[in-house]
Design a protein around this ligand. Structure first.
Ligand SMILES: Nc1nc2c(ncn2[C@@H]2O[C@H](COP(=O)(O)OP(=O)(O)OP(=O)(O)O)[C@@H](O)[C@H]2O)c(=O)[nH]1
Ligand SMILES: [Mg+2]
Length: 338
């Protein structure tokens, strides 16, 4: 009679023999199971942002602007009164990054930029700079909003010390950034954008081209910081998101990043969002049918005015639901503060 140990040895011997026979007779099987291949797969574990940026993306000092460039622009929304902060940001961008890469700038405003604003900005860079006027219907509170209800909401937020709770312009800005900036005609020609705000600080030189990383690695949304949204600004946002998901299940990416947004499989929002005052993204994510429908759905709810929905949670939820999770990139090597 065979002991249990003998069975184990026999089965092992059969598996190993079968493995060798298959390795010799089937090339594909041999390649897929070779030790070096398996080792590569194991060592490739861990988050993708920990993989260093390959050498060829770096540009050494004094080299002329690289010939290979992405179809991209640096985008800043600003008021004329933001000039000083914008100058700080432009100097940072040029000094730390863009003097080598010369990506064009697009400035947007709901009022015409003054001549002094334009000339001060233009002299800070050799890159192309364009100034655009935002169409009225992309900026101001729509007529569909019940102003009485909106103003009662603002007053109550002021009473509760909600930051920017009383501001209509701030709400216009959040709605514009959520659903309209990517429709501005000056951005039509571009695929990628880098959003920059006034008075930002970059702690280190950025010697590689992040747009090319986005393009070559098929990323659609890049961030540097994530944090929690104030609950008081978005009480009904998640309910609206859940409605959209249940009405449009086909528009949600099968490999989405819901796990970033929710700790209970989508039942509630954990308030995590990417800090949208730094974004490097693919404009086609926002121009997609899924996101445009999503924005329309949110806009009809009126929460940009009846509450104070920010573009950061709206973009974050959009990116997490409509992109694959591996298309969201953490630029953990960009040290940034505003
Ligand atoms: N044209 C225009 N730009 C605005 C307006 N309000 C804000 N912005 C711009 O929109 C961006 C975000 O506005 P911020 O006031 O910085 O809002 P925030 O980043 O949420 O708030 P902070 O944390 O205080 O910086 C900045 O680039 C501003 O210059 C506005 O009424 N008109
Ligand atoms: Mg800001």
């Amino acid at each position: 009679m065979m002991t249990p140990m003998r069975y184990v040895v026999l089965v092992l011997a059969m598996v190993i023999s079968l493995h060798y026979i298959l390795s010799f007779t089937h090339e594909g099987y041999g390649q897929a199971t070779s030790i070096s291949k398996l080792k590569d797969q194991w060592s490739a574990g861990g988050p993708p942002y920990k993989t260093p940026v390959p050498e060829e993306y770096y540009v050494v000092d004094d080299a002329p602007p690289t010939s290979r460039r992405a179809n991209a622009a640096i985008v800043m929304l600003a008021r004329n009164s933001d000039l000083n902060g914008i100058v700080v940001s432009m100097k940072q961008m040029e000094d730390r990054f863009n003097k080598k890469f010369r990506y064009p700038y697009v400035f947007l405003n709901e009022e015409e930029f003054s001549e002094s604003f334009k000339s001060r900005i233009t002299e800070l860079t050799n890159a192309k700079v364009e100034f655009g006027l935002i169409p009225r219907e992309h900026w101001y509170q729509p007529d569909s909003i019940d102003e009485e209800k909106a103003s009662a909401a603002r007053q109550s937020m002021v009473k509760n010390n909600v930051i920017y709770g009383g501001s209509v312009p701030y709400r216009n800005m959040c709605r514009f950034n959520s659903g309209f900036f990517y429709r501005h005609p000056l951005l039509d020609q571009y695929k990628y954008y880098w959003r920059v705000e006034p008075s930002v600080t970059f702690f280190c030189d950025l010697d590689y081209d992040p747009f090319l990383i986005m393009q070559d690695q098929n990323k659609v949304y890049g961030f540097t910081v994530s944090l929690y949204e104030y609950e008081a600004t978005i009480p009904s946002l998640w309910q609206a998101v859940k409605e959209f998901i249940s009405d449009n299940p086909d528009l949600v990416s099968p490999d989405n990043a819901m796990a970033f947004l929710s700790d209970d499989g989508g039942e509630s929002y954990n308030r995590c969002h990417f800090w949208s005052n730094f974004e490097i993204g693919d404009l086609d994510l926002w121009r997609s049918e899924a996101y445009m429908k999503f924005f329309d759905h949110l806009d009809k709810k009126g929460g940009f005015y009846y509450e104070r929905w920010g573009d950061a949670p709206v973009h974050s939820i959009g990116a997490a639901l409509f992109a694959r999770k591996d298309q969201i990139h953490f630029f953990n090597d960009i040290g940034y503060r505003t």
